[in-house]
Design a protein around this ligand. Structure first.
Ligand code: NAP
Length: 319
């Protein structure tokens, strides 16, 4: 069997097209949703992420601002910047790019963001809303995984879903979204016993561990849907041989570049799974996509109107 590829880039295009319609409608009402990014210091990876987020804003016609305080900023100074953005009516979404420098109390800063502008969905108020099934802003990566499942007509209601990882930003919200969509959900973590056996029972596997190619093909139930959130850079040649033993083209590419991006699921799983997100090109493109969607949703919700299109919600007709 060769798995159907769940193409995140294609879904990004669909969601962007829907957002463009909604943004035009908001424009006709005199509203331009806006995202303010806070980029502390000069971490190159964070700079790249923020740049692509603002580029997506520009592409869609959203307003985007970047605040770049120095790496030496104190918690109090950052809190006062967040307070200013909370007050600024032009700002619908606030994004504090992580990680913050060690002297800054990250939890305090994230909890200071107005939950109505918390487009990352990290605020405990939004997590609480998700737990209780109320409308709120949902963390972008798990919301993107739901879009992938929904738009590919993968049945969720009644399915056995296994989520590998229990982080606040991926694993936990993912499990909650699947549960609200009526899946029977098992959450696994580093202390889970007999992981292969648990994974074998899954109709849907969501891997978010940060361990390159850890989930082996023989763990996957034939025909299962596999959502691979893991994004791991491999530079070790022996590890690349293990991962790409049946993919000579990828191995050749690795040898030429000295590195490769791989998920948490071994690439051979494509021979067993029914459907699978590639890495790169699967979940990755969906995270910024859902950030854009959340910014538009926040602009609507802040003005008391329901969002016209809600991305990342449980599958249609399941609740
Ligand atoms: P994280 O905070 O490090 O959490 C990893 C989770 O995996 C933890 O709950 C951990 O268990 C669990 N885990 C680790 N080793 C395990 C094992 N051997 N067996 C079972 N569970 C294990 O990571 P994260 O932030 O959730 O991110 C996970 C992955 O997704 C990373 O590769 C990250 O780069 C990627 N990611 C991608 C995107 C995207 O846009 N594509 C967005 C976010 C994250 P414990 O709780 O017991 O430690």
């Amino acid at each position: 069997m060769t798995a159907r590829i769940l193409d995140g880039i294609k879904i990004r295009e669909q969601v962007f097209a829907e957002l463009a319609v909604e943004i035009r409608a908001l424009g006709a009402e005199g509203i331009q949703p806006g995202l303010a990014a806070v980029l502390v210091g000069e971490d190159p990876a964070s700079q790249v992420y923020v740049k692509s987020k603002i580029a997506a804003c520009v592409q869609l016609g959203l307003a985007g601002w970047v605040h770049t305080p120095a790496a030496s900023i104190t918690t109090e100074e950052l809190l006062s910047l967040v307070a200013r953005l909370n007050e600024d009516d032009a700002v619908d979404g606030i994004l504090v790019q992580l990680p913050l420098p060690p002297q800054v109390d990250t939890k305090r800063v994230l909890e200071a963001v107005d939950p109505a502008k918390d487009v990352d969905g990290f605020h405990p108020v939004n997590l609480g809303r998700l737990v209780s099934g109320r409308t709120g802003l949902v963390a972008c990566t798990p919301a993107g995984c739901m879009e992938i499942l929904r738009r590919n007509d993968i049945p969720i209601a009644g399915a056995n879903a296994v989520v590998l990882g229990r982080s606040d930003i991926v694993g936990k919200p993912m499990a909650l979204l699947l549960m609200h969509a009526n899946a029977t959900v098992t959450i696994c973590h580093s202390k889970t016993r007999d992981l292969p056996e648990v994974v074998r029972r899954a109709d849907i596997v969501v891997a978010a561990m940060g361990k390159a190619g850890y989930v082996l093909a023989e763990w996957i139930r034939p025909g299962a849907a596999v959502i691979d959130v893991g994004t791991n850079r491999v530079t070790d040649a022996a590890e690349a041989e293990r991962l790409f033993r049946n993919q000579p083209e990828r191995l050749a590419k690795f040898r030429a570049k000295g590195q490769a991006l791989v998920g948490d699921v071994h690439p051979d799983a494509a021979n067993v799974a029914g459907a699978l997100t590639p890495v790169p090109g699967g979940v990755g493109p969906m995270t910024i996509t859902m950030l854009m969607s959340n910014t538009v949703k926040a602009a609507r919700l802040r003005r008391g109107a329901p969002a016209a299109v809600v991305h990342g919600a449980p599958a249609r007709g399941t609740r």
